[in-house]
Design a protein around this ligand. Sequence first.
Ligand SMILES: NC(=O)c1ccc[n+]([C@@H]2O[C@H](COP(=O)([O-])OP(=O)(O)OC[C@H]3O[C@@H](n4cnc5c(N)ncnc54)[C@H](OP(=O)(O)O)[C@@H]3O)[C@@H](O)[C@H]2O)c1
Length: 363
Amino acid sequence: MRRVALLGATGSIGRQAIEVVERNPELELCGLASGSTPLERIAAEHGVEHFQVGGDLTELLEAAEPDVVLNAVVGFAGIRATLWALEHGVTLALANKESLVAAGELALRAHERGGGLLLPVDSEHSAVFQCLEGRRRETVESLVLTASGGPFRGRTRDELGAVTVADALAHPTWAMGPKITVDSATLANKGLELLEAHVLFGVPYERIEVVVHPASLVHSLVRFRDGAMLAHVGHPDMTVPISFALTYPERAATEVPQLDLAAGVTLEFSAPDLETFPALALARRAGEAGGTFPCAFNAANEVAVDAFLHAGLPFLAIGETIEAALGAVDGAPAHDLDELLEADADARRAARAALAERGVVLA
Ligand SMILES: NC(=O)c1ccc[n+]([C@@H]2O[C@H](COP(=O)([O-])OP(=O)(O)OC[C@H]3O[C@@H](n4cnc5c(N)ncnc54)[C@H](OP(=O)(O)O)[C@@H]3O)[C@@H](O)[C@H]2O)c1
């Protein structure tokens, strides 16, 4: 039996994870967390004693004694849980990319001390992880992250001036929570994934490419020095990476259908439009600058997306807000969690100041 603490149990990843657990007799839920949604019903259905709504999730983790923490919280709020699992050597199945992006070095040091498994749930990183398994580091030429391009792929900046929240939430291939769906529309999600890939796999930024692949069938690729590429291919369904991480290394069966190649599958790839979607280039710059710039990128993006969803910030102003915040912080490295929390708060203040200049105020 593998005891799973599911953080973000009421979200898109959380609900799919519950289905994976329900179908697998070797998995049981031992802890549940959400931000504000009550958990009594899910806890009762699954006989879970430990559950928590909001607050410091490490208290829940201490009580629940999990073998695996599936961190599917959205945003920086997942940071303490990520660091707790890494520090304690408890397997971390990580969907909450924001925490790894923000924590960077701190997370890697905690992982080294804890010595547990860090298994990505993001489909791209799960794909890269699988393509890299058993390969020697020096044989790897580069990583290639694929991006669907989101609902606004192919549009120019002029055409994005008046897009609405509903337009941005209409993702063509993935059904996800609202924050990551907006991030997919701005390509900030691919920016976060670029930063996440650098932390997870230790590959320098100049050897991590991003290509647009609208069908989302190739989840990512790895290029090797002999000219070969390995790709991870299948239907876009988060059940697969969730199940892979929760049952690693067994790779339990799922009900996701096999891709029917003979029915005709066409794979298209192209370069991302960095001018129309500047968030991806801003993330790369933040990563190359290092220190707490990736943390600031994430914080400013969270504030800007919140303002887009709830306070009328225009879509194109999301990237501009991130850029303004990155220009206003010093990006000095964080030596501990307190310093990281400070860097996060600084970037949020800078982003709010940029919003205030436009007359946008967040509740
Ligand atoms: N959805 C996908 O297909 C997908 C794919 C790859 C990666 N991811 C990543 O997975 C994470 C979750 O995404 P999602 O799409 O599942 O988001 P979502 O549907 O918005 O769900 C977010 C979950 O986090 C919980 N939460 C929010 N703040 C919290 C807090 N302070 N403490 C505890 N729980 C909190 C929410 O609880 P409430 O219900 O109470 O708000 C909800 O259960 C994100 O980091 C995202 O980037 C998602």
